[in-house]
Ligand binder design. Structure first.
Ligand SMILES: *[C@@H]1O[C@H](CO)[C@@H](O)[C@H](O)[C@H]1NC(C)=O
Ligand SMILES: *[C@@H]1O[C@H](CO)[C@@H](O)[C@H](O)[C@H]1NC(C)=O
Length: 251
């Protein structure tokens, strides 16, 4: 590839990335170094964020389900619900594949998250979800003795009330340790899409894991965003690709 051609490609990618960051989250300031730093994104609401932890089958999918919801700032896949210390993917003992969701309660409520939890898996399946068979795929709502425990219990009862013909297997369980999973499992869907990874500036692993933008795009890649958001991101990307350099002119 000729240098000028490569420069064209690189600057075009950055212009697209900057534009996407701009459209996806207008409320945060943008810094444009040779690599896009995200520290500015996460600071404003940091203290007001809340955390929820769920298990609902494969954590690759769970992360994509929650990552795209408005108000969800960050997601981390990991292991919880068991007693084994330092679980690993191939040796997770009695833990369940879990998803930790950091969210801004002013934008999305715990109740909303519970609804997404119930509608995103089959809580009546025993010993797994679809092709994912095993104890590690069981359904759990983790709570920590707050109001959330009560909301979880009520939502489970409601779910059970919808039909008495089978049992809702979901456990409601006190959260002990949450062990973040290995890097390869974080933002798993996004990591399979080289184009989008480049689009956000090939962030190093630690930044990628904390990136709100990556969190959203991870859901987008899996096509698990709410339809409206899926279409919105789709349109933005298509538009950018079609138009070429919408931002670079302004830099
Ligand atoms: C635990 O409780 C605190 C205090 O209410 C809350 O902010 C936090 O999000 C809860 N975390 C989990 C994992 O439920
Ligand atoms: C579930 O059904 C029972 C029996 O009809 C009822 O008493 C209870 O209030 C229902 N619970 C919820 C959360 O809807």
């Amino acid at each position: 590839m000729a240098v000028s051609e490569r420069n064209f490609y690189v600057s075009r990618l950055f212009s697209i990335a900057i534009f996407i960051i701009f459209v996806i989250d207008r409320s945060h300031s943008i810094r444009i170094p040779d690599r896009i730093s995200e520290t500015a994104w996460n600071q404003p609401d940091q203290q007001n964020l809340k955390t929820a932890v769920f298990a609902l089958g494969s954590f690759w999918r769970s992360e994509a389900v929650f990552g795209c919801l408005p108000g969800v700032v960050r997601t981390t896949v990991g292991y919880a619900g068991g007693s084994k210390t330092n679980p690993e993917y191939r040796n997770l003992g009695d833990h369940a594949e879990s998803i930790q969701v950091e969210y801004d309660p002013r934008l999305i409520s715990y109740r909303d998250l519970l609804e997404v939890f119930w509608s995103s898996h089959d809580s009546r399946q025993v010993f797994g979800q679809g092709p994912d068979v095993g104890n590690q795929y069981r359904s759990i709502i983790f709570t920590n003795r707050t109001e959330e425990s009560r909301l979880a219990a009520v939502s489970k009862e409601k779910q059970q009330n919808r039909s008495r013909r089978s049992i809702v297997t979901t456990q409601i369980q006190q959260l002990g340790m949450f062990y973040p999973a290995e890097a390869a499992h974080q933002k798993f869907e996004l990591k399979r899409n080289v184009f989008l990874l480049q689009l956000i500036g090939n962030l190093p692993e630690e930044e990628l894991e904390r990136s709100s933008l990556a969190t959203k795009l991870n859901g987008y890649v899996a096509e698990l965003c709410p339809a409206r958001i899926q279409n919105q991101i789709d349109a933005k990307i298509n538009d950018i690709v079609k138009k070429g350099w919408p931002i670079l002119r302004e830099l």
